[in-house]
Design a protein around this ligand. Structure first.
Ligand SMILES: [Zn+2]
Length: 329
């Protein structure tokens, strides 16, 4: 059972609020459980072009873009997986066994969330890598898909960042740094009906509230969130509600590594899981692709056709470099 403390109201008119119900906002149970409609399978009619090939892992800090791409395909292969569905339970099992196979210590938090479409079971999964000091570098992604659009498999929105974090876990779990690194996989980021402070971010609000209660929230030095990070034509723009120092840290890492064309200096504002931590005073950055202009955000076209192993590798490289920088402080 969970109750969320009220989030501070943020006076912003954001993309989340501009969400348009593309297929009717009546959430229905028909996309969950048995009798699911057909969905785009993990195989794609439009395979990645040579231009989308990931460089060899030794060019991207060890991050394997091909492997991350396959992990997006694996998630898409489960079909639509909104919170509380039979498909998401299978994905949770997959992620946990995958993390354990990397040698990660895995914590899970199963909870129920009261949503406009009823009480839903949800689960946060956190890989925890210990450090020598008390500080924690927190990384995050959401892995649930949007309920309100039929056949929505969320290859980029949910899938890409989750694949990125799994691949980072594979690289980081065997290591031991100055600070602990926690990699959080959030359930329930998407709204069940219409985005609001109470109908969205269920998993990250749950985790932030729990960490505040336990006292661990004060240990979190930085929260690096990834979302929509795998598009063939991805462009990353500075998300303006994020903590400026952390935006600069990530952008400096990206530019140093030669990704200035991918990490642009224009700005946007997005509502996302980082808000659950920002509102509690944790320095946070949302590394998010320009979803407003990508042409497939929150549509059934968000499938494997638009995913690039190269983009995944580049963003993975930037995350590794950013974590290295945070570890050196
Ligand atoms: Zn979304």
């Amino acid at each position: 059972m969970t109750t969320f403390s009220a989030n501070s109201l943020r006076t912003v008119l954001l993309f989340g609020l501009a969400f348009v119900c593309l297929a009717g906002c009546q959430a229905s149970d028909s996309s969950r459980g048995a009798g699911q409609p057909p969905f785009m399978s993990a195989t794609t009619s439009n395979p990645p072009q040579a231009a989308d090939d990931a460089p060899p892992p030794d060019k991207t800090g060890g991050f394997d873009g091909k492997r991350a791409y396959a992990l997006v395909g694996k998630q898409v292969g489960f079909g639509p997986h909104p919170s509380g569905s039979a498909a998401i339970a299978k994905l949770q099992d997959f992620m946990q066994s995958e993390l354990k196979s990397y040698g990660c210590t895995v914590d899970t938090d199963s909870f129920t969330a009261d949503t406009p479409v009823g009480r839903l079971p949800m689960k946060n999964i956190v890989a925890k890598i210990p450090g020598e000091k008390t500080g924690i570098i927190l990384l995050g992604t959401h892995y649930d898909t949007l309920l309100t659009v039929p056949n929505f498999v969320g290859a980029d929105d949910g899938g890409s960042s989750t694949a990125l974090m799994l691949e980072l876990a594979r690289l980081l779990c065997p290591q031991h740094g100055k600070y602990a690194v926690w990699i959080a996989f959030f359930d329930g980021e998407e709204a069940t009906q219409r985005w609001s402070d109470t109908d969205s971010r269920y998993g990250s609000r749950q985790m932030a509230a729990k960490l505040a209660m336990s006292g661990d929230l004060k240990r979190v030095k930085a929260f690096l969130l990834a979302d929509i990070v795998g598009g063939r034509k991805a462009q990353f723009v500075r998300e303006t509600s994020s903590t400026p120092e952390l935006i600069n840290l990530v952008w400096n890492a990206a530019h140093k590594l030669g990704y200035a064309a991918l990490f642009r200096d224009t700005t946007t504002e997005a509502q996302d899981d980082h808000d659950s931590f920002l509102s509690r005073g944790v320095p946070s950055v949302d590394v998010i692709g320009d979803f407003i202009n990508n042409g497939y955000w929150h549509t059934a076209q968000d499938n494997m056709d638009i995913i690039s192993p190269k983009t995944l590798a580049s963003v993975g490289h930037v995350f590794l470099e950013s974590i290295k920088e945070l570890q050196s402080r």
